[in-house]
Each structure stands twice: as C-alpha cells, then as structure tokens.
Design a protein around this ligand. Sequence first.
Ligand SMILES: NC(=O)c1ccc[n+]([C@@H]2O[C@H](COP(=O)([O-])OP(=O)(O)OC[C@H]3O[C@@H](n4cnc5c(N)ncnc54)[C@H](OP(=O)(O)O)[C@@H]3O)[C@@H](O)[C@H]2O)c1
Length: 254
Amino acid sequence: MNAQQDQLPLSGRRAVVTGASSGIGRATARALAAAGANVHLVARRKERLLELVEELGACASCSAADVRDAEAVSEIFDGQSYDLVVANAGLGKGVAPLHEGDTDDWADMIDTNVKGVLHTARAALPALRAAGHGDLVLLGSVAGRQVYPGGNVYNASKHAVRAIYEALRLDEFGSGIRFTTVDPGLVETEFSLVRLGDQDAADRVYDGMTPLTPEDVADAIRYAVTRPPHVNIGEIVLWPTEQASTRDVHRNGH
Ligand SMILES: NC(=O)c1ccc[n+]([C@@H]2O[C@H](COP(=O)([O-])OP(=O)(O)OC[C@H]3O[C@@H](n4cnc5c(N)ncnc54)[C@H](OP(=O)(O)O)[C@@H]3O)[C@@H](O)[C@H]2O)c1
C-alpha cells in the first residue's frame, strides 16, 4: 500500500464539526467532506453554515447552536450515530493582565472553550461507545502548553482542554474510541479579530511572518482520523516555522 494513502477511508463516516462557520472548523469540514465524510456543521452564525452546506452539497447539513448551551448540544447528537467529532468551537477575548480582566470575557472563554468542549464530548460519547470505534478530536492550542503575558484565562481554558483530552483517554480506555488534541500556534483566521475587536490590531498579529493556514490544521486533523484503527495520533503540535514559542515570533527576518 502506498504510505501516502489514507488507510482508514472517510467515506461512510458521519462527522460533526463545531465552529464550522469560520477558520479551522470551516477548513476541516471542507477537508473531511472532500475525503468522503458526511459532515454536520455547528456554529451560531446560521447564514454562514447554510452557505457552506450549499458549497459542500448533499454530504453536508447544519445546526445553528451555541456550544455553551448543554441542551442545544445534546439535541444535535440525540438519536444520531456520528463517529467523527471535532470539538473546535472556541475563542479568545481580550489580552488584559489578570487584574484588569473583564469577567464577561472570562465567562465567554471558559464557557465556550472548556464547557463547550465538555458538552460536546458528553453528547458525542454514547454513540461512539455504542459503536466501539470513532474519533473525538479536540482543538487545543500551544496556549495550552505555554502561557504568555495577557494570555491568562485563555491559557487556562486551553490547559483545561489538554486535561480533558488526557481524562478522556483514561475514562474511555478500552472503548475503542480514539482521542486527539490538535494544538496549533498562530493560525490566520478570525480568531484575532474576535479577540482584539479591531481588524488593524488583528492584522498586526501576523505581520512580517507566515502563519499557519486553517487548511494546514485541517490537513493534520484529516491525517489523524485516517490512520488505521489500531493507531491513535494522540497529540499534534503545529507551529509556523517562524514561531519558536508563544512569545518568540520571527518577523521581517528578525
Ligand atoms: N487561530 C489561532 O491562532 C488558533 C491557534 C490555536 C488554537 N486555536 C483554536 O482553534 C479553534 C478555532 O478557532 P479559529 O482560529 O478557527 O477562529 P475563528 O475563525 O474565529 O473560528 C471560531 C469558530 O468557533 C465558533 N464559535 C465560537 N463560539 C461559539 C459558540 N459559543 N458556539 C458555537 N460555535 C462557536 C465560531 O462560530 P460562530 O461565531 O458562528 O458561533 C467560529 O466558527 C478555537 O478553539 C481556537 O481556540 C486557534
């Protein structure tokens, strides 16, 4: 067999991607659909989801839902048999030092990045357990491995994602389900606009360097979920070549 080929085809698989209206989630939905999966898209902005459903055609469907709402997430999975779930929905809000932090921003990050992932995993697990196989991919971040100034609550939320990944591996040991955490460095998406609230400030995050694209991250996810069933790619850390740590970015050759 050609080592470059996917060894576990995605045709016939039923995927859910949260945060599919933008960035990494949208690119992942496209990559999974292109590889043959049926994809159910989840995010709050329904218009965006409907546009992507139209683009992807018969292999796609969508639910407008907020992952902070446990009941709404549970309804998406109710009576379904999804066997590939990408818990990607997430955000950063603000870069203030802790003592100046906005507690509404904190709630947004913790409720989306931590509780949203928990809601998604909890709702997805019964069908995965019943099937005895399947993939649950979590979007962590290098921010869940290294903290940086002003990162405080976002860092804490992504460290929590890493803990949830490790907990799932232990709790579901023997179930046949594979768990993966995908932890990228700088990826150019709407993330920085959402975090900073200003397009110029968002553009400066990627100024003078080449960030990862959402397609780079989607490709890593596609790779993980197409390995043979006995192989679980557990942790993927992707850095832009010009980023050495969460604090060291090579810009304009410096
Ligand atoms: N960009 C980076 O540099 C980077 C690096 C490492 C990790 N990440 C992680 O990658 C993931 C995707 O981010 P991205 O970079 O692709 O950013 P993005 O372009 O802003 O996309 C974020 C997605 O999450 C969805 N979302 C946010 N809050 C939600 C909620 N409460 N309920 C449902 N969906 C929600 C958004 O959709 P709606 O607004 O339509 O709901 C959107 O589809 C996040 O978990 C982020 O923390 C990003």
